[in-house]
Every structure is written in C-alpha cells, then in structure tokens.
Design a protein around this ligand. Structure first.
Ligand code: NAD
Length: 266
C-alpha cells in the first residue's frame, strides 16, 4: 500500500533503537523526510550510520525528553533546518523502576513519569504550533498494553502509559477539526533492548537461559499472547506508519493494540 507520505516531514523520538528505529526505516522507505531524535548523541550517530546506504538520509538531533531547554533547542533546530512537521511520533520511553508499590522509590516514580508521560507532553507542546500551521498532521503516541491491563510490579510505567491514552484522546478532540489526527499504539512484549534487559534480569534471577526466561514469561506472565512469541519492532512500526498515512484519514482518538492478544478484554 502506498502510504502517500512522500515528502511529509516526520519526527520520531526514541529513534535510535527498537520500535523507534524500525519506524524511522519504514518512513524513510516511504519517502518521508525523517528527523531522528534520542538522548545519547553517540548512539544516535551510530544508528544514523546504519542508514548510510540509503538515498533518503534522515536528519538527527540529540535531545533528552526530560530536559525542557533541550526540547526547545530541538524544536528550534528542526524549525530552522527542516521546517514545520507534518508527523510527530512519540516513541521514547523507559520501563523504569519495577517492584510492588511499597517497594518503588519516589525517585523511581518521578523519573518514569518524567520520561514516559511528561516527555511526550514536552515534545508535543514544542512541535504543535508547526503542526497546526500545516493543516494536515498525524500524531502517534506509543503507549503499552500496560495502560489498560496494569501489572502490579510496574505501576509507574502503567500509570504513565495510561496517561498517554488519555492525553492522546483529549488531543484528538481538540485538533481534528484542524486536520490533525491523534492516535496511540499499544504494543506488548516486543523484541527490543527494553525487553532484552527485562529478560536478562529474569534469566539471572531464575538461573535459566534467556530463551528459557522468555518462554516462562510468556507462559506465566503473558498467557493471552496467543502467538506465543515476542513481537518484532517492524510489526509495531507498520501500524504506526499506517496511522501516519493518508490511508488512516478517518482514524482519530483510537488505540491500536499490537499485542497478539495480550490484553484479555475486548
Ligand atoms: P528501546 O529501549 O529500544 O527504545 C526506547 C528509546 O527511548 C531508546 O532509544 C532510548 O534511548 C529512548 N529514551 C529513553 N529515555 C529517553 C530520554 N530521556 N530522552 C530521549 N530518549 C529517551 O525500547 P522499545 O521497546 O523500542 O521502546 C519504545 C517504546 O515502546 C517505549 O515507549 C516503550 O515503553 C514502548 N513499549 C515497548 C514494548 C516492548 O515490549 N518493547 C511494549 C509496550 C510499549
């Protein structure tokens, strides 16, 4: 399917890894002008280098989504060098401190909410004026299955991701009449560095291999993931790209689950 986004200007946060990087690759292949941003300049440069064979090269600017001044600088740089955005994809996120409620520190709560909820708020506030000027736009927020099916050992993450669903729904009400469509994508257990780290910790604590940790996690913790495997970042990126396209012209205020059935409710 031609997504008809050739020449559209898109910014992806969390762009140097996992779901963000897969999204960048897909948008570049569709001919979009892509701005990659992430917080570690060296990792970002390394990710850009992996795309050096392509004719359609991305822009890349490092910025930490928890740093308001850095986000303002990012918006200024993008405005000066690329122009107003048509597409904004908030992917950056962390799993944050885990444990039961009484085990999680105040710092753990503050940091997780700062990255996972306030990060997208900051980035969206910074780029919204340009998106509104364009009269055609797509905003996608990457939430999680945890938003609607909270796991009690990762509540800061669940709360932040639930906040994103509410934020996106609210934005979809305000700006649809101006041509901006806002949606969320909620993955579950995708094979990225984020879940690699979780599975390495699980393997270590159970004294098993990483593959065994993944198998037991699926069996015991994610029993409704009917495909019985981790998803691939590209499988999420395809849905994000669809939501950024002309093909999604009547999709607004929706949450697309990319979780192979993990959320048990309909
Ligand atoms: P990932 O760790 O590969 O990617 C996360 C990216 O966010 C990294 O590039 C990281 O550098 C960036 N990031 C973290 N803190 C940042 C900060 N302060 N400023 C700027 N960038 C920052 O993991 P992923 O799985 O690709 O995660 C992408 C998104 O998908 C996250 O929002 C995550 O919560 C969500 N998600 C992932 C899964 C999964 O199973 N992997 C499931 C549900 C939701």
């Amino acid at each position: 399917m031609d997504l008809n986004i050739r020449g559209r200007r898109a910014l992806v946060t969390g762009a140097d890894s996992g779901i963000g990087f897969a999204t960048v690759q897909l948008l570049l292949a569709e001919g979009a002008t892509v701005v990659m941003t992430d917080h570690d300049p060296d990792k970002l440069t390394h990710a850009v280098d992996k795309l050096s064979e392509l004719d359609n090269r991305p822009y890349a600017f490092a910025a930490d989504v928890t740093d308001p001044a850095a986000i303002e600088r990012l918006a200024q740089q993008v405005g000066d060098e690329v122009g107003d955005l048509d597409i904004l994809i908030n992917v950056a996120g962390i799993h944050g401190e885990g444990g039961l409620f009484h085990e999680i520190s105040q710092e753990g709560w503050d940091h997780t909410l700062d990255v996972d909820l306030m990060g997208p708020v900051r980035v969206t506030r910074a780029f919204l004026p340009g998106l509104r000027r364009g009269g055609w736009g797509r905003l996608v927020f990457v939430s999680s299955e945890d938003a609607v099916q909270p796991y009690d050992d990762e509540l800061p993450y669940c709360a932040a991701k639930a906040g994103l669903l509410s934020l996106a729904k609210g934005l979809s009400r305000t700006y649809a009449s101006e041509g901006l469509l806002v949606n969320t994508v909620s993955p579950a257990f995708i094979a990225t560095p984020m879940t690699d780290e979780m599975m390495n910790e699980r393997a270590e604590s159970l004294g098993v291999t990483c593959d065994e940790a993944i198998a037991s996690f699926l069996r015991e913790e994610r029993p409704f993931m009917e495909l019985g495997r981790r998803g691939q970042p590209e499988e999420v990126a395809h849905v994000i790209a669809f939501l950024c396209s002309d093909a999604a012209s009547f999709v607004n205020g929706s949450n697309y689950r990319v979780d192979s059935g993990s959320v048990a409710t309909i």
